[in-house]
Design a binder for this molecule. Structure first.
Ligand SMILES: *Cc1c(COP(=O)(O)O)cnc(C)c1O
Length: 363
């Protein structure tokens, strides 16, 4: 007799983690912070280690209060999860079930399609526009009576493009109130446009908006797994019902609080990552590759049928990036040494015929 299996799981792709790097190589495949954790954060975690025989505070009250204060929202509107991937999953489970539809741009965050399917809902991917950004009109046109949720990944992973605040407001205003718009701002700290952080303002002004933030990227806590949402209280209440109990450890909560205490110190690091990101873009462009201007901590190269070649060049130069076969490569913004390596690796490449329009996208 075969082992039991849930119907429909065949359609769920397993999440593919950014490739691990051999010793000594630059791991630029997972958009992690190239900086080691802050000493104050490490100390705060150490101080809590003696308590790991106890369960964490499941409500994460201290952290939620702190975030509520920071954003001027009510603590009942803040939810935490084991990374914002888990929060995205909570949000989907909170509003969508069998036969419901969830819209997102594609290509975007790899976890969306599988999280939607696991909830029993149907993913509705809407192709990015020619400039690698969200095609909001097409996303509006994709709304049906079964639509429950729309993700807007802003800045978008893996292309690094942003939807401007005004454009986003127009979009949110056009979406019916029985559809939740989730603005995934995992990379908001790296956004240097005027629209940066538009999500929270939209949350304040519209009843059907939720915003996702994470401590994994700019705050460098990817290994501890903690993220949060600011969501309408009724949605937040349902998120708590579908969340895995005790999913967020006490160590993660403490590290998040210590990180909020150290935001000035973190800002310097974020500036450094942004500087290396822009340098990475310049290095790629100078070598003739069609890099897209990015507001995140990575750069997208729509290398199409030269993707394997570019991946090979980088690998030979000791750089592990994230390749999507036949589409392009996403290279995370690492340390200055990491980008030196990229530069050296590309020096070996024959220049690509540059599509000038594409290169200046989002500039
Ligand atoms: C990395 C990422 C996240 C969240 O990562 P967590 O580590 O689970 O917090 C969420 N959304 C996008 C678009 C991401 O790229």
């Amino acid at each position: 007799m075969p082992l039991p299996t849930r119907a429909g799981l065949d359609a769920v792709p397993a999440y593919r983690q950014g490739r691990s790097a051999p010793a000594g190589a630059s791991k630029l495949s997972s958009n992690e912070s190239p900086h080691p954790p802050l000493a104050s954060v490490v100390q705060a975690v150490r101080d809590r280690l003696d308590g790991i025989n106890r369960y964490p505070d499941m409500s994460a009250a201290a952290l939620r209060e702190r975030l509520a204060e920071r954003y001027g929202v009510d603590a009942s509107e803040v939810t935490v999860g084991a990374g914002s991937v888990e929060i995205a999953s909570q949000l989907i489970h909170a509003v969508a079930g069998d036969g419901d539809e969830v819209i997102f741009a594609w290509r975007s965050f790899e976890a969306y399609p599988s999280l939607v399917r696991i909830a029993g809902a149907t993913p509705v991917p809407v192709p990015l526009d020619a400039d690698h950004g969200h095609d909001l009109d097409a996303m509006l046109a994709a709304i049906t009576p079964r639509t429950r949720l729309i993700f807007v990944c802003n800045p978008n992973n893996p292309t690094g493009t942003v939807v401007g605040a005004e454009e986003l407001e127009r979009f949110v205003s056009a979406v019916p109130h029985d559809v939740l718009v989730v603005i995934d701002e995992a990379y908001v700290h790296f956004d240097r446009t005027e629209s940066r952080g538009a999500g929270i303002e939209l949350f304040r002004r519209h009843p059907h908006v939720a915003v996702l933030h994470t401590f994994s990227k700019a705050y460098g806590l990817a290994g501890l797994r903690i993220g949060y949402a600011i969501a309408p209280a009724a949605v937040a209440e349902n998120q708590r019902k579908v969340a895995v109990p005790f999913g967020v450890t006490d160590l993660a909560q403490v590290a998040a609080l210590a990180s909020l205490d150290a935001e000035d110190e973190l800002a310097t690091r974020i500036d450094d990552v942004v500087a290396q990101r822009d340098r990475l873009h310049a290095v790629l462009t100078a070598a003739g590759w069609p890099a897209v201007r990015s507001q995140a901590n990575f750069v997208w190269v729509p290398s199409a049928d030269r993707t394997a070649e570019l991946e090979g060049l980088l690998q030979e130069g000791g750089v592990i990036a994230r390749a999507f076969a036949g589409e392009g490569i996403r290279i995370s913004s690492g340390s200055a040494e990491d980008i030196d390596r990229v530069e050296a690796a590309l020096a070996a490449s024959a220049p690509l015929a540059v599509d000038a329009e594409r290169v200046e996208v989002g500039a």
